[in-house]
Design a protein around this ligand. Sequence first.
Ligand SMILES: O=P(O)(O)O[C@H]1O[C@H](CO)[C@@H](O)[C@H]1O
Ligand SMILES: [Mn+2]
Ligand SMILES: [Mn+2]
Length: 392
Amino acid sequence: MGKRVIVIVLDSVGIGEMPDAAEYGDRGSNTLGNIAKARGGLNLPHLQALGLGNIAPIQGVDPSSAPKACYGKMAEVSPGKDTTTGHWEIAGVVLEKAFPTFPKGFPDAFIQSFEEKIGRQILGNEVASGTEIIQRLGEEHVKTGRPIVYTSADSVFQIAAHEEVIPLPELMQICGIAREMLDGDLRVGRVIARPFLGEPGNYYRTTNRHDFAIEPPHKILLDYVQEAGLGVMAVGKIKDIYYGHGVTEFVLTKGNQEGADKTLTYLEQDMPGLIMTNLVDFDMVYGHRNNVEGYAQALEEFDVRLPEILARLREEDLLVITADHGCDPTTPSTDHSREYVPLLVMGNTLRSGVDLGIRTSFADLGQTVADYLETTSLPHGQSFLAEVFQPK
Ligand SMILES: O=P(O)(O)O[C@H]1O[C@H](CO)[C@@H](O)[C@H]1O
Ligand SMILES: [Mn+2]
Ligand SMILES: [Mn+2]
């Protein structure tokens, strides 16, 4: 079997503020560090053995004297701190202009024409937390059939609707209309369907969320891997985030555990190329809800799964654990934070314990993957393959 790269993106697991964090209102954000502090320590023995604690101080995760992985952290060059921007940069896209955000809601003219196109008036059109706004406007929504539109500090147009009021197929159709309208001048990063169920006071979101992404502006790592005749197996949101670019096979997941399971399934197959996984619970279930304890437990649960993944690595596999941005649950903000992301790189035939330092772009990772799999090079990013490659 040929070479494989496995990239696991721990969604929102940042490792400390970037130098420009203040411009994003994120001074002092440190998702891993602050959770560990608030918790009086994190129990992550396997990540610790790889060298997570060698990247930055994390209470309970001491630096390892002989880290099994090469370790470092990566800065984001693109303006922004959302999922699309982070994942795109990993795959070689550096944005010049951030995706637009709408702190005062979407323009009236846009909303009007959206309402005409979907044949329903809307509620909301404000910055909100999704779980909060469905409690507040849910009842009115059920009475009137008006979908709830909201956004956040991210470039997102989110539409919440009770599944028994606006059936899922219609909600998806409405989102498709929004996506089309927002592809032009507004170029909003994502339209997201946010279905929910329940009764007044007890509305809860279902797992039928669906993200309508925007197409990357040029070819990405995944395209190049596919063009090289290799497989691209996408687990979780990866296919959506990259608009299907280069994806050979994909599987959607309902959470981190299933994400780990599906990664293991792909690892057991004999397809050379790229396996890319996004584990979204850290962000979606805990980060945005400022649930420090839940976030800590999710990290510890991932750590428990790590040995299964490591045990399936073959001779020529290269495993990367990283993230796409921060979402520090200890700060008052429920939004993402502009942070460095951790970088752990390991393989059975690679060097271990190499300090990869502070990479100037997430694209360094993508370029390294392109280098390792011998595909076309990315337009951005500096490969660190020589630093992790044997012979010493
Ligand atoms: O508050 P909820 O609905 O979870 O929304 C959050 O999820 C969005 C997409 O990940 C973020 O932009 C943030 O708005
Ligand atoms: Mn994300
Ligand atoms: Mn998020």
